[in-house]
Every structure is written in structure tokens, then in C-alpha cells.
Design a protein around this ligand. Structure first.
Ligand SMILES: Nc1ncnc2c1ncn2[C@@H]1O[C@H](COP(=O)(O)OP(=O)(O)OP(=O)(O)O)[C@@H](O)[C@H]1O
Ligand SMILES: [Mg+2]
Length: 304
């Protein structure tokens, strides 16, 4: 959508910012119990120098958002960290990116030099009572040879614990990847695991309400409880899908100058998004509607 349309829709509803942006912005964090627990685990794992921490979750459940919160925490605590968000990299690029993020003064394309400079930094940090953190997002995409380098970094330790804390976040297939025989050693070193699951219905409602409040709308009346229940069902509680649906609903409401989003708008938005969900009814002739005719949720355009 054009930026001007956003500005207009924000003005129409009185938002300071767009409530359903797709970026992983910690300012819009909704502290669901599981997100709260995941963040507490990440922070605890790093602070207690546990070594390897793994965060997994389905697509769009908030992994990168958690990492962004961790990054904010580390920056606030002045803990040095490298954040690799692109995981489709070669071992050489891996070391280059670490050197760049940690501002290592060495020939960044030489693994030997980077390892040497990194070791110096880790020891220096440890001697001053600090730790250093490596965060890798999309870890399911890491090639075996890069994972092996990650494992070897985890071997660096002194008497107080690991010199570098490694946080690996990825889709559930990452957990399965760790089960591979050649990754047994890495798997054994994982001391903390956290998982993000889709929201329960109550959480979806709180999530949407929280985002609207943060954007400047108190006591929202744009989305009725029935509509939110249906948004939950169709998004299956996945935050990114909830955002996309709600954003489109607000835009549609704005376009027709409505103050309240309706089930018809939701149908239209889901069709435009080509969204599919368990138990969805596909478009078809009214004749086969059976008992669903007149149901405000399904309108008249769905059949079994
Ligand atoms: N607890 C939360 N509070 C606020 N927003 C959230 C939360 N969890 C997820 N989101 C929002 O949902 C969207 C998807 O989140 P995010 O990008 O962190 O998911 P992801 O698990 O990293 O997805 P992917 O598997 O595609 O990398 C973002 O817009 C993010 O802001
Ligand atoms: Mg992500």
C-alpha cells in the first residue's frame, strides 16, 4: 500500500502509528505468557553463560521479534553481540559477518585472523566480567559446515563458563535438523530450548487490543468480539497473519468510511489474501449452502 494511504488510514482512526505493521518491532510487543517466558529464557541463558540456546516456532509466531527484544536488552546492558539475520551463508561469510558486527580489527575474510581476534575479544570481555553473544536467526537455513563452525565456537570457555553465548532461532525443522547424527555434538550442547506456539483465542484478542492501544486507540470498537473470534480461527493464532488480516480490515473499513469492520469485509480480505484455514468453506453456488444460508459469518457465498 502507498505510504499516503497509510497516513490517511492512520489519521482516520486516530492512530499515531500503524498498529499492524509487519516488522518485528519490540515497541509493539504483546507479552503473551509464552513470549514472556521465551524472552526470560533467552536473557537467563545469556546471563548465566549457558552456551547454546535454541528458540523454535512456526513461521510468523514471533521468533525474530523475540531476538529484537533480546538485542535491545543486550544493547542496554552493553553486552557485545553479533546478530546474523541472513543464514544462507558460507563459513567465510559467517566469520566475516561476526567480525563486522563485533568490530574486530583484522583481515575479515581470513578465518584464522577472525578467530584470533575473536578469541582476544572474548578473553578480554570475560576478564572484565562480560560475556559476548552470537545470535543467528533463520538457523534452519544454516549449512552443515557453518553449523560445525558454530559448534566449535561454543567450545571456547574458561572456568566461569562459555566465552560466547549462542542463540539459534529457527523454524521447527531446525529441531529436526539437530536430530541428524552428524549434529549430535551440537544437540548435546543445547542447554536451553524455548518454543513459540500460535496464540489461543483469548491471546489473539488481547494481542489485537494491545496493538491498537499502542497505536493510540483505547477501548477499541472497530473489531467486535465475534469478528475477532473469526480472525483467530482464520489466522490460526499466527501473529503475522493476524496483523495482515487486521491491517487489511482497517484499510477496507477506511475505504468505505466505516468505523466498524464487518464479517463481509473479513470475507473479502481473506479472499484477497487467498487465505486458507481448517474447515474453510470454498466459494460456490448458493444452492449447495444448506443450513449455512444467512449465517453472518459465512455470508451466502460459501458451501461445503
Ligand atoms: N508477542 C508479539 N508481540 C507483538 N507482535 C508480535 C508478537 N509476536 C509476533 N508479532 C508480530 O508478528 C509478526 C511476525 O513476527 P516475527 O517476524 O517475529 O515472526 P517469526 O517467527 O520470526 O517469523 P518467520 O518464521 O517468518 O521468520 C511481526 O509483525 C511481529 O511484529
Ligand atoms: Mg523471523
Amino acid at each position: 500500500m502507498a505510504a499516503s494511504a497509510y497516513l490517511m488510514y492512520n489519521a482516520y482512526f486516530g492512530f499515531k502509528e500503524s498498529p499492524f505493521n509487519l516488522s518485528p518491532d519490540p515497541n509493539f510487543l504483546y507479552r503473551s505468557p509464552q513470549h514472556e517466558e521465551a524472552l526470560a529464557n533467552l536473557i537467563y541463558g545469556v546471563q548465566s553463560r549457558k552456551g547454546f540456546i535454541v528458540l523454535t516456532g512456526e513461521v510468523g509466531t514471533g521468533k525474530t521479534t523475540m531476538l529484537e527484544c533480546l538485542r535491545d536488552y543486550l544493547a542496554y546492558q552493553r553486552v557485545a553481540f553479533a546478530f546474523l539475520f541472513n543464514s544462507r551463508i558460507t563459513p567465510t561469510e559467517f566469520f566475516e559477518m561476526i567480525a563486522y558486527d563485533l568490530d574486530l580489527r583484522c583481515a575479515r575474510n581470513s578465518k584464522t585472523e577472525v578467530l584470533f581476534a575473536l578469541n582476544q575479544l572474548l578473553i578480554h570481555q570475560a576478564n572484565s566480567g562480560n560475556t559476548t553473544v552470537l545470535i543467528v536467526d533463520e538457523a534452519h537455513n544454516l549449512e552443515w559446515d557453518v553449523l560445525e563452525e558454530v559448534r566449535l565456537l561454543g567450545n571456547l570457555e574458561n572456568r566461569q563458563g562459555k566465552l560466547i553465548q549462542v542463540v539459534l532461532a529457527g523454524q521447527p525443522e531446525f529441531d529436526r535438523k539437530l536430530d541428524a547424527p552428524n549434529l549430535r555434538q551440537l544437540k548435546q550442547r543445547v542447554v536451553l530450548r524455548c518454543t513459540l506456539n500460535p496464540f489461543e483465542e483469548r491471546e489473539t484478542v488481547e494481542y489485537v487490543t494491545t496493538r491498537l492501544e499502542k497505536a493510540g486507540m483505547q477501548n477499541q470498537a472497530v473489531f467486535s468480539p465475534e469478528l475477532l473470534a473469526e480472525v483467530h480461527r482464520r489466522s490460526q493464532g499466527i501473529p503475522r497473519l493476524i496483523n495482515a488480516i487486521c491491517d487489511n480490515l482497517l484499510l477496507t473499513a477506511f475505504a468505505v468510511e466505516a468505523r466498524v469492520a464487518t464479517m463481509e469485509m473479513l470475507d473479502e480480505v481473506c479472499t484477497d489474501m487467498r487465505l486458507e484455514w481448517p474447515g474453510m468453506r470454498r466459494r460456490g453456488p448458493v444452492a449447495s449452502m444448506g443450513g449455512l444460508a444467512g449465517n453472518p459469518v459465512y455470508g451466502v457465498s460459501y458451501r461445503d
